[in-house]
Design a protein around this ligand. Structure first.
Ligand code: CO8
Length: 265
């Protein structure tokens, strides 16, 4: 593929339809410089262009991984992210680009997955991790917060208490705990990691591609309905239930210290 991008490596396997995008700043634990963020977007665009000459859909799934032995990504490049919030980059946010990419993106996490790195993984459709990987939001130690939706995602996946614990203490958690909390999909032994990820992604890429795209949109829509909207809806339901005979029966049974007999009215 076109190797004009400095901080990512892009590969495409035409047999399986799987693209691989490797964040390639291993000396900085793949920290997200402005260049890397732009290159992630450009790399995904390169992969998407595989569809241009194809009869159907050539690109079926993408693996996003980090180069080197130590990290998927250790977050925003410290010292360089103030320009990010000030809109310093003209490119679309890589977080949004990954989340809205039409093909499923699988984060292959081997090592540190922190801050904006974890937010990048959370923007992916799946998170698969090796056993020794660690996860966290250290932003509080820098006097900031995860600025790309990290608390929102984890609140939805694992509940607000887990999100607050991660973001307020800034500690790292293990891959096992991250899986228990529903933050990642699977944890694999180091020895089996590459093969397991390959099997997962190959199977995913073999599924009906239009179904996969529709399912991605459908699942994302479910997540988008906001908390305020949900609470308002619950309030309506609650008001309706207050008017029912069953509610009157339940309250009466409580007062009379007996089991209620609900009729569904
Ligand atoms: N930015 C820049 N460089 C980094 C980063 C980083 N986030 N993380 C590591 N590096 C560099 C180190 O400076 C070091 O470079 P050098 O060799 O030149 O000194 C190299 O990577 C190796 O790191 P360490 O020597 O520190 O390796 P250790 O194994 O000792 O420690 C750690 C690994 C624990 C991961 C440690 O490097 C660390 O704590 N890194 C910082 C992690 C962090 O705080 N990340 C959060 C950044 S803030 C953020 O992500 C906010 C996102 C906001 C998005 C907003 C969107 C609008």
């Amino acid at each position: 593929m076109d190797d004009s991008l400095d901080t990512v490596v892009v590969e495409f396997d035409s047999e399986t339809g799987v693209g691989t995008l490797t964040m390639n700043r291993p000396d900085a634990l793949n920290a997200l410089s402005g260049q890397l963020r732009d290159d992630i977007v450009a790399g995904l665009q390169q992969l998407e262009a595989e569809n241009d000459d194809a009869e159907g859909i050539a690109l079926r799934a993408v693996v996003l991984e980090g180069a080197g032995e130590k990290a998927f990504c250790a977050g925003a490049d410290i010292g360089g992210f103030s320009d990010e919030s000030a809109g310093g980059s003209s490119a679309p946010s890589h977080y949004d680009f990954v989340r809205e990419f039409p093909v499923p993106v699988v984060a292959k996490i081997d090592g540190y997955c922190l801050g904006g790195g974890l937010e990048t993984a959370l923007a992916c459709d799946f998170r698969l991790a090796s056993e020794g990987s660690t996860f966290g939001f250290p932003e509080v130690n820098l006097g900031i917060l995860p600025g790309a939706g990290g608390v929102q995602y984890v609140s939805k996946l694992a509940g607000p208490s887990v999100a607050k614990e991660l973001a307020m203490f800034g500690n790292h958690i293990s891959a096992e705990r991250a899986a228990e909390e529903g933050i990642i999909n699977h944890v694999y032994d180091e020895d089996a990691f590459d093969d397991e990820v390959k099997a997962f992604v190959t199977e995913l890429a073999g599924q009906a591609p239009l179904s996969i795209q529709a399912i991605k949109k459908s699942a994302d829509m479910a997540v988008h309905s906001g908390l305020e909207e949900g609470i308002a809806y619950d309030g309506q339901l609650f008001a309706e239930l207050l008017k029912t005979e069953d509610h009157a029966e339940g309250a009466a049974a409580f007062g009379e210290d007996r089991e209620p007999e609900f009729q569904g009215r």
